[in-house]
Design a protein around this ligand. Structure first.
Ligand SMILES: Nc1ncnc2c1ncn2[C@@H]1O[C@H](COP(=O)(O)OP(=O)(O)OP(=O)(O)O)[C@@H](O)[C@H]1O
Ligand SMILES: [Mg+2]
Length: 321
């Protein structure tokens, strides 16, 4: 079948599916179309260890635990020509603290086209897999998608956002790719990077950060071990994310649980300044403070952490420039 015929067929199915039901069907159909249209070669790699280190150090604010873990894990993995398993990182933390942002920094320093590379695949649970009744379709689509793309380009990256909202059946369908298998059905997944993003464990991370603040201890004194065990436990006890974590932990699939700390006023200032720079504007401290003052901070009296992290800095900054 020619590409144009496939397109027409898909168009028909898409139109019908809108009438019949659900965004989910159109979602996976458009994915299918993208896959069919991906007939070229794999986009180029250009791993830049120094660039990743510099980006994490200068562009990611307030994440002294996440930054070195990600830098070492990704660099070690990319420099290994024969890894024994895929790299699996589970990023946790409150909203707007840099989980998606870090995924972009990683992609920028591995793939020439960054997030636009045809080796990078992003899935958002509530968007791509919204209907539990469609789970069997999602499952086979997802597995086909992963297998097809890794067969073509072994150094691929799959980002699963809102992992804590993911249906257990789908989690199971991803699990098979994360282990130490040499090959599955002739395909090796050992050079793939899987990133799982979620807000799971945020409560514990926030409590720890707040405890340090109340005790007058430096934020930078918080270590991975101060939150790691609690994240695991709190997430296991959570109904929504419990299944996912029990499966991942049980089989030791995740290489690192990476905590993202809530951001403070000073970090919001840095985010605004970074946004000005990115827009080619003259750096202006007054604008940065006015913008940062617009944000809501918690707890109510202490006002230490930004409720939305650095989210919507761009939109809020517009009022002052
Ligand atoms: N730690 C950070 N350092 C620098 N910029 C940040 C940081 N956190 C967030 N930002 C800025 O805020 C924007 C939104 O953050 P991001 O999308 O990474 O949040 P998130 O942690 O994925 O949140 P959510 O849990 O809601 O998905 C980013 O694109 C980036 O511009
Ligand atoms: Mg996010």
């Amino acid at each position: 079948m020619k590409v144009t015929q496939i397109y027409l067929l898909l168009h028909l199915i898409l139109t019908t599916s809108v009438l019949v039901d659900t965004l989910s069907v159109t979602g996976f159909m458009s994915n299918l179309w993208k896959r069919l249209s991906f007939q070229g070669s794999c986009d180029s790699l250009k791993f830049n260890a120094e660039g990743l280190r510099a980006d994490l150090e200068s562009k990611l604010f307030g994440q002294h635990i996440a930054s070195p873990i990600i830098q070492k894990a990704v660099t070690g993995f990319m420099n290994d020509d024969n890894p024994k398993k895929p790299l699996v990182l589970s990023l946790h933390g409150p909203t707007g603290t840099g989980k998606n942002f870090v995924s972009k920094l990683i992609a920028d320093n591995i793939y020439k086209k960054g997030m636009d590379s045809n080796r990078v695949h992003v899935f958002v649970s509530t968007y791509h897999f919204p209907h539990p009744s469609q789970i069997d379709i999602y499952k086979s689509q997802l597995q086909e998608w992963i297998k097809g793309n890794v067969t073509k380009c072994e150094r691929s990256m799959f980002i699963f956002d809102e992992m804590d909202q993911m249906h257990p059946g789908l989690i199971d369908s991803i699990m098979v790719y994360l282990g130490y298998y040499h090959k599955l059905d002739g395909v090796s997944y050992r050079k793939v990077i899987f990133l799982f993003l979620s807000n799971a464990g945020s409560k514990v991370i926030i409590e720890t950060a707040l405890k340090f603040w109340k005790e007058g201890r430096e934020r930078e004194a918080i270590e991975l071990k101060d939150v790691e065990k609690d994240i695991t436990e709190s997430v296991l006890n959570n109904n929504l994310s419990g299944f996912w974590h029990s499966r991942l932990i049980e089989k030791s699939m995740v290489d690192f649980f990476v905590p993202f700390l809530p951001l403070e006023y000073g970090h919001i200032i840095k985010c605004v300044m970074a946004e000005m720079k990115a827009k080619g504007l003259e750096l202006n401290q007054d604008v940065a403070h006015s913008t940062a003052n617009e944000f809501i901070y918690f707890p109510t009296f202490e006002r230490v952490f930004s409720v939305k992290g650095c989210k919507s800095v761009e939109n809020r900054m517009k009022f002052y420039i």
